[in-house]
Design a protein around this ligand. Structure first.
Ligand SMILES: *Cc1c(COP(=O)(O)O)cnc(C)c1O
Length: 374
């Protein structure tokens, strides 16, 4: 609790400080490459034959996904708090790379917790983190994946809080993390709103984004929440299907529970044990979901659905062929829902899809699934 209270007051002070805002917005422009474009996907729109589809190009942000928006925000905050060290957990390595990047940029030291199974699967990202000057600490307890890496990271933080800031990678964990990460990601929706007003002269009818922990989706949604006519759809990982139990669709297949400081929808058994998950995309493969999404679902303000592995894989290929953009497999889940929905909508309907990341990291994985040797 002292660590969380210190973080909350430091964040509240920073959020009111115009010097902090100026430094962050300078780095957003010159380092991250913001604003990211809002691209009208003409050929995809024609191919699907319905709604007009725009892509918010977070794949063009530095390091290739939206995660950098949060990592840079938290690195600046840690520096301002006088911390010397950043720690983070990572599953596939994307958040570890973003945090190591933020640490290198601000001159802080950096330790990344990663499950031993994930280290073996993601050797390229492990090497990337090391190139960026981070130490990768292997976690060989439990399922040896993301959930255990978060546990170890939180343990380290409570022991070393005087010198260390814990960089949560998504809108999850105890307060103030879900609020703070949302605020750092809200730049996505703020830009998209201005950009769509310029392009179409009006607000969109639909926002569609994939939901892992929920940061890229809430980042897109947040600035539109007050506009009741803008419908919001979050897409979870349906994996091999809800009935198989091999998925990460917390809203379709979960129930209310508590995990890692968060009360939200959770995949758990009748005794409250956290269930294993599966998704073709590592970034959506998590047993729970940010609490603000639970609120948006229960209040009916946003809808949640899922796309399975196969649907995501065919969306991945369709975008590559029709637009020359290889999306992250996570983002391909949002595209899969768009592919189902756009043909049923009028040609005046406007959809913004959040293209949360680029697919370079997934190319080898997709080749393996298709039985192609590289
Ligand atoms: C990590 C990741 C996600 C999932 O995380 P959210 O917090 O739900 O955004 C989605 N897309 C990409 C490209 C990612 O790297």
């Amino acid at each position: 609790m002292p660590a969380l209270s210190e973080l909350e007051s430091a964040y509240k002070a920073a959020a009111k400080d115009s010097a902090f805002a100026a430094e962050l917005s300078q780095l957003q422009a010159t380092y991250i490459g913001r604003p990211t474009p809002l691209y009208f996907a003409k050929r995809l729109t024609e191919q699907l034959g319905g709604a007009r589809i725009y892509l918010k190009r977070e794949d063009l942000a530095h390091t290739g996904a939206h995660k950098i928006n949060n990592a840079i925000g938290q690195a600046l905050l840690a520096k301002r708090m006088g911390k010397q060290r950043l720690i983070a957990e990572t599953g596939a390595g994307q958040h570890g790379v973003a945090t190591a990047t933020g640490a290198a940029l601000t001159g802080l030291s950096c330790d990344i917790y990663m499950g031993s199974d994930d280290i073996a699967r993601q050797s390229l990202n492990v090497f990337r983190m090391k190139l960026l000057g981070a130490r990768v600490i292997e976690v060989s307890t439990g399922s040896r994946t993301l959930k255990d890496a978060i546990n170890e990271g939180l343990r380290d933080w409570t022991t070393n809080v005087r010198t260390t800031h814990y960089v949560m990678g998504t809108v999850f964990g105890p307060h103030p993390f879900p609020m703070m990460v949302r605020d750092f990601q809200a730049v996505i929706g703020k830009e998209a709103k201005k950009q769509i007003l310029k392009a179409e002269g009006r607000l969109p009818d639909y926002l569609i984004a994939c939901v892992g922990g929920g940061s890229n989706s809430i980042g897109l949604f947040f600035d539109f929440l007050a506009h009741e006519n803008v419908r919001m759809i979050g897409v979870e990982a349906g994996g091999r299907g809800i009935a198989t139990g091999e998925h990460a669709a917390r809203f379709a297949g979960g129930s209310i529970g508590v995990l890692q400081g968060t009360k939200s929808y959770l995949l758990q058994d009748d005794d409250g044990n956290v269930l294993g998950t599966h998704s073709v995309s590592a970034g959506l493969d998590y047993a729970s979901v940010g609490p603000e999404h639970a609120y948006l679902k229960d209040s009916g303000r946003a809808e949640y659905t899922y796309a399975d592995d196969e649907e995501a894989l065919s969306a991945f290929e369709l975008l590559a062929r029709t637009e020359g953009i290889i999306p992250a497999l996570e983002s391909a889940h949002a595209l899969a829902e768009t592919i189902k929905r756009a043909p049923t909508l009028s040609k005046e309907t406007v959809i913004i899809v959040n293209l949360s990341g680029r697919g370079d990291k997934d190319v080898q994985h997709v080749a393996r699934i298709k039985g192609i040797e590289l």
